[in-house]
Design a protein. Structure first.
Length: 70
């Protein structure tokens, strides 16, 4: 996901990466965004487990509850 977007120019140094997911993809996205010094936001379901939200934050990402934050 990141490699193609960087290679094509869709992700640049100023890009905030956004992913709509509630699980491992959000954690992985936050991890790789941190490695690349990019901002990351995950739009997650309201019922996303608390431990997943903690893991997103631990990797440097932020999350939005798509039912209340939009």
């Amino acid at each position: 996901m990141f490699c193609r977007a960087i290679a094509s120019g869709r992700i640049t140094a100023d890009t905030t990466v956004v992913a709509a997911t509630g699980g491992a993809v959000a954690v992985a996205g936050a991890h790789f965004a941190r490695l690349l010094d990019l901002s990351f936001r995950a739009v997650v379901p309201a019922k996303t487990p608390a431990d997943t939200l903690v893991r997103i934050k631990r990797e440097g990402g932020h999350f939005l509850d798509h039912f209340t934050d939009w």
